[in-house]
Design a protein around this ligand. Structure first.
Ligand SMILES: C[S@@+](CC[C@H](N)C(=O)[O-])C[C@H]1O[C@@H](n2cnc3c(N)ncnc32)[C@H](O)[C@@H]1O
Length: 292
């Protein structure tokens, strides 16, 4: 993909997140928060560390990172969506946080000093980028030797969720059917695929863990509100207004497969947490100088 096309693609993604900035993670459904908290625990952010939160969004990882690094540490949140950064900046001020700063920048090529972070985190971001290998190489350079990167990506969803999301499929243009975000093929389809991406970028000691994140809706309208509140809004927007009622009705039917014992609807998603390290440079072998 040429740089102009990549920039256009990133701008399109950022524009979606600008549109959802006010509702993102704010409709009473724990989803991004728990996933980010697991990632922060997985990378074991520690007091005093300098951290970069790539694609910080509304701060799902930023808040627990700031708490973990404490008053002696620092967290920089980076995002291309100005609306996300503006809303998160307001929240940082409301919370009176002084160890956090926020920048509008493209995660694909962040203009930040080399070796300036102990830890970088990208929660549910890498698969949005036009060139994930190039982004990973750029992120590696931002880490100090021995520094680590933690990313979360989606694994498989349960069958009911697959069926549910298929209600959008007939309306989606090819770029929204991109398998990289669905995780059904390509590097984001398996632990090995993601680990190989990190390995090819130069990360070492790569490991993967998983969590199963569930989400519960009281009724189909609750699901509609949630799916409209985040990146999936692009799917709704692809459905012509006059077909949206039928899509919701089809979704309600499919949600029946997810009805739980309490009469609500529970869906489950496997989330992959991958961690890799920037190699500590090998010290050159000591030279044995012969005395004169
Ligand atoms: C699914 S959200 C995740 C946000 C947050 N990390 C979380 O866990 O809730 C993806 C975020 O990545 C950001 N993003 C997408 N493409 C980007 C790019 N090229 N540069 C920087 N941020 C980008 C979006 O604006 C959005 O805030």
């Amino acid at each position: 993909m040429d740089p102009a096309e990549a920039a256009q693609r990133s701008a399109r993604v950022a524009a979606v997140f600008d549109r959802v900035a006010d509702t993102y993670d704010a409709v009473g459904i724990p989803w991004f928060g728990p996933i980010a908290q697991h990632l922060v625990a997985e990378v074991a952010a520690a007091p005093g560390e300098r951290v970069l939160d790539i694609g910080t969004g509304r701060g799902a990882a930023l808040w627990p990172l700031a708490q973990a690094v404490g008053a002696s540490g620092h967290v920089t949140g980076l995002d291309l969506a100005t609306g996300m950064i503006a809303a998160t900046r307001r929240e940082v001020a409301e919370r009176g946080m002084t160890t956090v700063d926020l920048v509008v920048a493209d995660a694909g090529a962040p203009d930040l000093p080399e070796a300036s972070f102990d830890l970088a985190v990208a929660a549910l971001v890498l698969f949005f980028l036009p060139d994930p290998p190039a982004a990973l190489r750029a992120w590696l350079r931002l880490l100090v030797p021995g520094g680590r990167l933690g990313i979360s990506t989606f694994g498989s969803r349960d069958a009911a969720w697959e069926q549910l999301d298929d209600v959008f499929t007939p309306f989606l243009p090819p770029q929204l059917l991109d398998a990289r975000t669905s995780g059904t093929r390509g590097p984001f389809a398996s632990d090995t695929g993601v680990e190989e991406l990190l390995g090819a970028a130069g990360f070492s000691d790569i490991r993967t863990t998983h969590l199963e994140q569930t989400v519960t809706f009281a009724d189909p309208e609750h699901w509609r509100t949630w799916s409209w509140s985040h990146g999936q809004r692009t799917h709704w927007e692809a459905v012509p207004q006059e077909h949206r009622g039928a899509v919701l009705a089809a979704a309600a039917e499919r949600l029946e497969a997810a009805r739980d014992g309490a009469g609500a609807f529970t869906l489950a998603q496997d989330v992959r947490l991958t961690v890799g390290f920037r190699r500590v440079q090998q010290c050159p072998a000591p030279q044995h100088l012969e005395p004169d």
